[in-house]
Design a protein around this ligand. Structure first.
Ligand SMILES: Nc1nc2c(ncn2[C@@H]2O[C@H](COP(=O)(O)OP(=O)(O)OP(=O)(O)O)[C@@H](O)[C@H]2O)c(=O)[nH]1
Length: 602
């Protein structure tokens, strides 16, 4: 059934907190509708990136088209649009919600509502989606669907009288979910006769066909060989292929309003077909693009340097290749006297940064030194100009600047109330300003803070998890720039300034951080054959100093007796340990030292 009437199409997504069972349920829906035969089922169809599967998180969103015969005997087309489950990708989430008329809100009936769920529910409500509550994992002995249902009612204000109880694991409740998608999710508006407007909600790079664009047609139609205009990038392309995801890509002649599909058009990089852009016909363009397009902006920056200077050209090539498939990744060459040639890279958030770093090391076999993440500071100069600084080492000297402003976020944390004290202490340490606290049930609270982004990106999430035994969840969004008394803290190793260890921090913290930092570096930097002084300074003032005493590190010392193979092993081990070190002047500095500043707050 390729040419479905608009009235028999349903477009929906699944909103869920990480691990509440979104992928498992999606697989069940594909199976139940016969879209994928049980024997072809790889574990979790929708998450198909290797890295993604290993980490058990959804990074890229995709879509699947299912055919379903409803209780009325008619055939319906159900398009499931997947959403990524992490704050770093919230813009993508908002675009995929815009492509749907309804959402399944999946909540683990043994856990309850979490921050991420809530943020996405509000987004869905803003987009006027019909929300169907699904209480999952009711097969678990700890499941308490009545209590969790009440929670959803109280916190979100959703009517849960017709919530569906389900187990994505056993398949219970899955047929009811399919029927209620048909019954409750509205059909798309019938705007087939209007000019073409289609929303890009995802894209990926295919080395043979160029960029594959996933889109939802809002109005009009589009067919193979059409010449399309992408309204934000202002580029035109002729479509080589138009098709549906069933769930493998299958070519069709034409797609019309209400439908979800893909096209290829020999587009060279995903940055040329960005998520949120509007597709229209070049010959008969729509008068206005669809609302809500913004370009994803990097928020977190770090330096990437090859441990071996010879790998610099390889690193450039790898970044160029990754960029083809990652529109949000930004990079530019950076040189530092201490580190040699490398790149300053910008990411959506810390998870995005880790993913890129891991892909570079795994897929391109590079050995990298990654410097501590930084945010973008807005520096108001004495001469009235404004300078944006993403690299602490390039912060102008104090006499040239009038003030520094840093990005702030609104932070929401959900946790059992027994952790209130621990969480408030953590937020206090991180310069958070308390806004309010609400009881969402008798034993769960929502804490609301405003906090500098720099404090959130430095290990906040891990700290929050460890201080609440994993029970807290969080969500943040940028609220703008605020001036603070910030200073640049430099580190000198062996008398030389180590640029990659430079940080920008609040003056009140500078002394303690400087002291803790040199102490930590003393632990992390291996002793060498000469004494190494370590200092932390603000401008010309030294705020802390330590030194590493000299030693000749002889790995063979432990190994008397003449077993040559044992000796070889130890030497090999030492050589391997050395790999992730960077020589700064005469001193070898290991990777951990660059991240030391992240771990100081513990
Ligand atoms: N007992 C039980 N386990 C379930 C059920 N649904 C999912 N699980 C398990 O819960 C875990 C998380 O499920 P996923 O489907 O990967 O969760 P997800 O929400 O897709 O997680 P992300 O992809 O990280 O967003 C897996 O170990 C599943 O096997 C269920 O109904 N009952």
């Amino acid at each position: 059934m390729t040419d479905a009437p608009v009235s028999r199409i349903r477009n929906f997504c699944i909103i869920a907190h990480i691990d509440h069972g979104k992928s498992t349920l999606a697989d069940r829906l594909l199976q139940e509708t016969g879209t994928v035969a049980a024997r072809d089922m790889q574990a979790q169809f929708l998450d198909n990136m290797e890295l993604e599967r290993e980490r058990g998180i959804t990074i890229k969103l995709q879509a699947a088209r299912m055919e379903y015969t409803a209780a009325d005997g008619d055939n319906y087309i159900l398009n499931l649009i997947d959403t990524p489950g992490h704050v770093d990708f919230s813009y993508e989430v908002s675009r995929s919600l815009q492509a749907c008329e309804g959402a399944l809100l999946v909540v683990d009936a043994s856990q309850g509502v979490e921050a991420q769920t809530l943020a996405n529910v509000y987004l869905a409500l803003e987009n006027d989606l019909e929300i169907i509550p699904v209480l999952n994992k009711i097969d678990l002995p700890g499941a308490d669907p009545e209590r969790i249902g009440r929670e959803i009612e109280e916190i979100i204000g959703l009517d849960i009288s017709n919530a569906i109880h389900c187990s994505a694991k056993t398949g219970m409740g899955v047929p009811q979910i399919l029927q209620s998608i048909v019954d409750r999710v509205p059909a798309p508006a019938d705007r087939v006769e209007e000019p073409l407007r289609a929303l890009i909600f995802d894209s990926y790079y295919d080395p043979y066909r160029g960029v594959i664009v996933y889109f939802r047609v809002i109005s009009g139609r589009l067919a193979k060989k059409d010449k399309v205009l992408l309204m934000a990038s202002k580029k035109t392309y002729e479509l080589d292929e138009v098709g549906i995801m069933a769930p493998d890509q299958r070519q069709v002649q034409e797609l019309h309003a209400g439908e979800v599909g893909y096209f290829s058009a020999s587009i060279k990089a995903v940055a040329d077909a960005r998520v949120g852009d509007t597709i229209t016909l070049a010959a008969n363009p729509a008068s206005e693009p669809l609302p809500g397009y913004t370009e994803a902006k990097p928020m977190v920056f770090c330096g990437l340097f090859p441990t071996d200077a010879d790998q610099y050209p390889d690193l450039r090539e790898a970044l160029d290749k990754l960029k083809l498939s990652d529109a949000a990744l930004k990079f530019e060459p950076e040189t530092s006297s201490a580190m040699g040639f490398g790149f300053r890279c910008g990411f959506l958030g810390l998870l995005h940064m880790e993913i890129v770093q891991e892909r570079l090391e795994r897929e391109y076999d590079l050995d990298l030194i990654v410097t501590a993440p930084s945010v973008i500071y807005q520096v108001n100069m004495i001469d009235g100009s404004i300078m944006m600084v993403d690299n602490p080492a390039t912060l102008p000297e104090p006499q040239a600047r009038a003030s520094i402003a840093e990005p702030y976020v609104k932070l929401e944390i959900y946790a059992p109330n027994s952790y209130n004290g621990a969480l408030m202490e953590l937020c206090q340490e991180r310069r958070g300003a308390f806004i309010d606290m609400k009881y969402i049930t008798t034993d769960r609270v929502a804490l609301h803070y405003e906090m500098p982004l720099a404090e959130v990106v430095t290990d906040f999430f891990d700290q929050m998890k460890s201080r609440t035994k994993g029970y807290a969840s969080m969500e943040y969004s940028l609220i703008g720039y605020r001036e603070n008394f910030l200073v640049r803290l430099d580190v000198l190793i062996n008398g030389e300034k180590a640029d990659p260890l430079t940080t920008i921090i609040h003056r009140d913290k500078a002394y303690n951080v400087g002291k803790a930092l040199v102490e930590k570096l003393k632990e992390l930097i291996p002793r060498q054959q000469f004494k190494i002084p370590l200092q932390a300074s603000i401008g010309s003032r030294i705020v802390a100093s330590e030194s590493i005493s000299a030693i000749r590190k002889d790995v063979l010392a432990k190994c008397y007796g003449g077993d040559i193979s044992r000796k070889k092993k130890l030497l090999q081990k030492q050589a391997k340990g050395k790999k992730r070190m960077k020589a700064m002047g005469k001193v070898d500095v290991p990777q951990e030292a660059f991240m030391a500043v992240l771990k100081l707050n513990q």
